[in-house]
Design a protein around this ligand. Structure first.
Ligand code: CDP
Ligand code: MG
Length: 731
């Protein structure tokens, strides 16, 4: 590879003591691999005499046998018996294994085959930090067990439940299991829980671990399997009172690491260039490129396809697949397609390149990857408790992440990893591990969940890594301002209702107040649109056309109302052609529609009325803006005399995001999101009025305790007007 400096692969683990056997006969499970249901206790056992799938009572398909052959070669199979023995003898075990060793797909099946869950009563849960992983692994395991997805094997992610009464194995996001705990505090539906990808230390997994500490003594029959890539396993072991640790060695081959000699100015361009160079210059093997998000990934895929199309015929075909969370399942599945064959018999074989977010770092293993391109970035949540701002920011990855990424190249044969940063940067600039998310999050949603679970003493809750006290204070404060907790920190009626909604507390509050403004139907549509990936598409080369299309829906003082208009138009016109012509993301809109239906169900359950103002009356949008004000009063910015915006109380200098439809620099704006890039932007904005703010949130706009700023004078005047009106009203 030109201009790349070859460095010894010392930091990537080489194959360990375990050497995989290539001869099937040495595998103890081959002789009796076919699971059957025992007539005596209904459990699944291994037997070689049957050809019938005990789940479906149908003959096993050819696909079943094809996959089985591959499954039996996974390192984790050699530990099957030992693992089950350990699980039966202990309540908690920690399993540490290289990515790709078969933990996620096989271990939950072992538990099912061992009769741990009882069909119709309990099941095995396997949690995943990411939705894509939950859905795609569930589909894979359904294939492995030769059953329909949604039957014996299913998945649950927010706003989507593909399970049935027969489900014995359920893949779910960690957030969903946490949510289930709110209505089922002992998690009685589960016979075993596999907390997978524990090393990722997501907020929900961390909180689940704390909760499970409390649940386990009360549920002696519940099994917990903490599964992690080779990081931090001892930490989990100690946390769970010296639970036994099983190590599953992976089958990693050596990976050569290459660094750039100088920092890259544009990592996306560099990634595209490198992948194309690999394709032209390197031997057979597929490529995995890590980028940070959908827009970046789609753009680079396009560039790669275009450039590769003009390559001479002596270069093999290149197929490019994107992978990110909002990609539809059918497209996600394609990453497992085999690379294309040679264009002509005896010619150069084709190659596949997968351009992925962090999801391919440990959650999903794509076989056949020999080259990894690692620009060294991922999107990470950052929280600044002082500014009360949580944002997703493209940030440098950790050394541990870089090692995991490199390891993906050595799954099937020796590989190469191209790091698009210097070796000095790797050593000096990357921190050794990523901070757990709990130290980088707003916590308000988690605190509400824990309060609902009657965990009142948050300070003494057994967190694996306790969040900063200031972050907890900020979360409690926010919930108190929203009326979810009273001044003693106890949950109020409003708090209970907010916790029922699978939404951020602020959006939950918005749905609760909307009926008072006679616009809950409109707010429901807005919240649904805010809960899905961007509904407005804006491809770079058609930006002007896209902006013109969006202008049809634009409401001058509210991006939220612009969303509402687009949603309403979609309901009336929503053909695929219409979406295409109007730069509306059809998939997002259709999920918004689905989300809205589910939120309507929750509103009905909570006896919250569904109401609307006349869409032609002037109060239609005003009511929506007032409702938004009652829920978003903590996310407000004020226009200063100098012509710039300053956020209320937190005093951050911000600018309206260029995508906003809000015109003419209004004095007061509320914002949905704080975007940190080279500048601070506020995105999805709606104008509000100072009089609304002081009347709906006097406890927040309490002047006796308000920092000095230009806005303070305006607020004082507004209070005077309010008092005057109150006196006037009494006359
Ligand atoms: O969880 P862990 O990283 O240990 O491995 P896994 O996700 O259970 O994957 C085991 C094997 O199944 C890998 O070789 C994957 O490539 C394969 N697999 C697959 O071929 N297709 C899928 N949809 C999922 C996994
Ligand atoms: Mg896994």
């Amino acid at each position: 590879m030109p201009k790349k400096q070859k460095i010894d692969a010392g930091d990537v683990s080489q194959s360990q003591s375990y050497e995989p056997s290539t001869s099937d006969s040495s595998n103890p499970y081959l002789a009796h691999h076919v699971p059957v249901r025992s007539p005596s206790d209904g459990n699944i056992r291994y037997d070689s005499t049957t050809k019938t799938n005990p789940w479906s009572s149908l003959p096993f398909s050819q696909r079943y046998h094809d996959i089985l052959k591959k499954r039996l070669k996974l390192p984790v199979y050699l530990f099957r018996e030992n693992l089950l023995k350990t699980v039966n003898a202990n309540q908690v075990i920690v399993v540490e294994g290289e990515t790709g060793s078969g933990k996620t797909t096989q271990i939950p099946q072992f538990l099912v085959e061992d009769g741990i869950p009882t069909m119709g009563k309990t099941c095995v849960a396997c949690t995943q930090p990411r939705r894509v992983a939950a859905t795609s692994i569930a589909a894979r395991v359904a294939d492995e067990m030769d059953v329909e997805l949604g039957g014996e094997v299913g998945y649950t992610i927010r706003f989507e439940d593909v399970t049935s009464n027969n489900t014995v194995l359920k893949f779910m996001t960690d957030g969903m299991l946490l949510r289930e705990a709110m209505s089922d505090p002992l998690l009685s539906r589960y016979a075993a829980i596999c907390l997978d990808e524990a090393h990722e230390r997501t907020l929900a997994t961390d909180v689940l671990m704390g909760l499970l500490q409390e649940i386990l003594p009360k549920r002696p029959d519940l099994k917990l399997i903490v599964m992690s890539a080779t990081l931090d396993a001892e930490k989990f072991q100690n946390y769970f009172k010296k639970a036994p640790l099983m190590k599953v060695p992976g089958r990693t081959h050596p990976v050569e690491i290459f660094y750039t000699q100088a920092p890259e100015r544009n990592y996306v361009e560099a990634a595209v260039r490198t992948a194309l160079q690999i394709h032209q210059c390197e031997g057979p093997g597929d490529i995995l490129v890590f980028l940070t998000g959908e827009a970046e990934i789609e753009e680079s895929c396009k560039q790669m396809r275009e450039t590769a199309a003009s390559f001479p015929s002596n270069v093999g075909e290149l197929v490019v697949y994107p992978l990110y969370s909002s990609l539809p399942p059918a497209a996600q599945k394609k990453i497992f397609n085999a690379a294309p064959p040679a264009k002509v018999a005896g010619g150069v074989p084709g190659r596949k390149v997968v351009v992925s977010t962090n999801i391919a770092e440990t959650s999903l293993t794509i076989d056949g990857i020999v080259y990894v391109v690692d620009p060294g970035f991922s999107k990470q949540k950052i929280f600044n408790p002082r500014a009360r701002v949580e944002s997703l920011l493209v940030s440098p990855i950790s050394q541990a992440s870089a090692k995991q990424r490199a390891g993906r190249a050595g799954r099937t044969q020796p590989g190469k990893c191209f790091r698009l940063y210097t070796e000095i940067s790797f050593k000096n600039d990357l921190q050794s591990t990523t901070y757990p998310e709990i130290l980088r999050s707003k916590m308000s949603s988690v605190v509400l969940t824990l309060k609902k679970l009657q965990i009142d003493d948050l300070v003494h809750f057994d967190f694996l890594d306790p969040p900063a006290p200031e972050t907890l204070m900020r979360a409690l404060e926010l919930l108190n301002y929203h009326g979810a907790l009273d001044d003693e920190g106890d949950m109020t009626d409003i708090g209970y209702k907010m916790a029922e909604m699978p939404l951020d507390p602020q959006l939950a509050k918005l749905l609760l107040v909307a009926p008072e403004y006679n616009c809950s139907n409109e707010i429901l549509s807005i919240v649904a649109c805010l809960s899905v990936p961007g509904v407005f598409m804006r491809p770079k080369e058609q930006a002007k056309l896209a902006d013109e299309a969006k202008a049809q829906f634009a409401v001058q003082d509210s991006d939220h109302c612009t969303l509402l208009n687009a949603y309403n138009a979609y309901l009336h016109e929503g053909t695929s052609q219409w979406c295409w012509d109007n730069f509306i993301n059809e998939r997002s809109m259709s999920s918004a529609d689905n989300v809205r239906k589910q939120l309507v169900r929750i509103m009905k359950k909570l006896d919250l009325p569904l109401n609307s103002n006349d869409s032609k009356s002037p109060s239609y949008y005003t009511a929506v803006r007032q409702a938004l004000t009652s829920a978003m009063f903590m996310q407000v910015a004020y226009l200063q005399r100098a012509g710039t915006y300053l956020t209320i109380k937190d005093n951050q200098n911000v600018m309206l995001h260029p995508s906003t439809d809000v015109q003419g620099k209004p004095q007061w704006v509320m914002y949905e999101e704080f975007v940190l890039t080279s500048k601070n932007y506020i995105r999805t904005c709606t104008t509000t009025q100072v009089d609304w703010l002081v009347s709906c949130a006097p406890h927040y706009y309490d002047l006796s305790n308000f920092p000095e700023c230009e806005a303070k004078g305006e607020l004082e005047l507004a209070y005077r007007r309010l008092a005057h009106r109150a006196v006037g009203g009494k006359k």
